[in-house]
Design a protein around this ligand. Structure first.
Ligand SMILES: Cc1cc2nc3c(=O)[nH]c(=O)nc-3n(C[C@H](O)[C@H](O)[C@H](O)COP(=O)(O)O)c2cc1C
Length: 361
């Protein structure tokens, strides 16, 4: 059967279909448990959460499903040297973004205190709570952390945007590699070269990695239905990870407007921008991303740019100034159909089965 792959075996799931984790408070326990209970692998993006919050989420997921699930962190969670920027750099960002804060009628934020990386403390919680699967992006955890995961029976999954990154993940001994194509919604998780120079499409990346790497590969980016899952598996992927299509369902923690935008005509146009967080990410093209294209020098490094934009995002939401918000989403949005996560999962499984039946493979 098409679903009996190395990935479904290692993950202990029926169908090799992963619901991609969403950072920045867009994941939900309801979405994770719906997909895990349906035989896939639900995923919770936890990189912005405190260790205590991760413990609570993990307990809630364990109460909602007895099937495997995934918790996701960002290995590198800051690009700012010592977590801060100079006053001069902060002033440049304030000047560049002042017109938008003025338009929303809110004050420019004061320079925040230095940001302290949270990863070390967050990963302690992973080792303590032992979710069945720990996935991560923006780097590779230390050999010590990976060894502890192995000893505790936690399956590790790392994201690659290039063949070099996949080779580095394999050398470190991770259990599975996500081939993260540039079609995908959300941040580009590049960690060896710049995200701008690591923009390979999912189906090329899967084939490059399959050629050189033995670790099972999960295709992510631009897959939203059974046709996409079947195509990924035929190209050699051992599983598919689907993000945007699950983000658009009622069970995700996206706002009603965000979900509406993913089903709207506007979703035909997406772009990669650093304007909203400081790291390159894909969302429905917004006015600010368009206006400030090529002005990256004036942006703050991640996550200071994210903190800086947060009051503007809140004000724009309140005032319904939709063109000032980055609605995260991938290039595949215009073909989305399902608003219920369970129905989407069921349809993906049925469609994939019917593609493989017709191919008689
Ligand atoms: C809003 C949003 C947030 C995301 N956050 C994370 C994250 O924190 N960690 C992660 O590994 N992947 C993250 N992703 C990537 C997804 O898990 C998944 O790999 C990707 O969405 C697949 O591509 P698709 O959007 O074309 O389906 C995010 C994607 C989106 C759309």
């Amino acid at each position: 059967m098409w679903y009996q792959t190395k990935a479904s075996e290692i993950l202990g799931i029926k169908y090799p279909v992963l619901q991609g984790p969403f950072g920045g408070n867009l994941s939900s326990v309801a979405l994770v448990s719906t997909i895990s209970n349906a035989g896939g692998l639900g995923g919770y993006g936890a990189y912005t959460l405190s260790p205590q919050e991760i413990i609570q989420i993990d307990r809630q997921i364990k109460a909602a499903t007895n099937k495997p699930y995934n918790i996701n962190l960002w290995v590198s969670d800051t690009d700012a040297a010592n977590g801060e920027v100079s006053d001069e750099q902060y002033k440049i960002a304030q000047q560049l973004f002042k017109p938008y804060f003025d338009e929303a009628g809110i004050a420019l934020p004061e320079k925040p205190p230095p940001f302290k990386s949270q990863f070390e403390n967050q990963v302690e919680v992973i080792l303590h709570q032992k979710p069945p699967v720990f996935s991560f992006m923006f780097g590779i955890p230390s050999a010590d952390i990976l060894e502890q995961c192995q000893r505790l029976g936690i399956v590790t999954v790392g994201a690659a945007t290039t063949l070099d990154e996949a080779i580095a993940l394999e050398s470190a001994g991770v259990d599975m590699i996500i081939a993260s194509g540039f079609e995908a919604g959300g941040h580009r998780p590049s960690f060896l070269a710049s995200a701008e120079s690591s923009t390979i499409g999912t189906f090329v990346l899967v084939q490059l990695i399959k050629e050189k790497v033995k670790t099972p590969v999960i295709a992510a980016g631009g897959i939203a239905n059974g046709r996409g899952v079947a195509a990924a598996l035929l190209l050699g992927a051992d599983a598919a990870q689907i993000g945007t299509a699950f983000l658009a369902t009622d069970e995700s923690n996206a706002t009603a407007m965000h979900r509406e935008m993913l089903f709207s005509e506007a979703s035909k146009y997406t772009s990669l921008s650093r304007a909203f967080t400081g790291r390159l990410g894909r969302g429905i093209t917004s006015r600010i991303a368009k206006d400030l294209f090529n002005q990256e020098k004036g942006f703050l490094p991640f996550p200071l740019q994210r903190q800086f934009m947060s009051p503007l995002n809140a004000a724009a939401n309140e005032q319904k100034k939709w063109d000032m918000i980055l609605f995260w989403g991938g290039q595949i949005s215009p073909i989305l159909k399902h608003k219920k996560a369970g129905e989407l999962m069921k349809s993906i499984v049925e469609e994939t089965t019917s593609y493989f039946d017709n191919l008689k493979v």
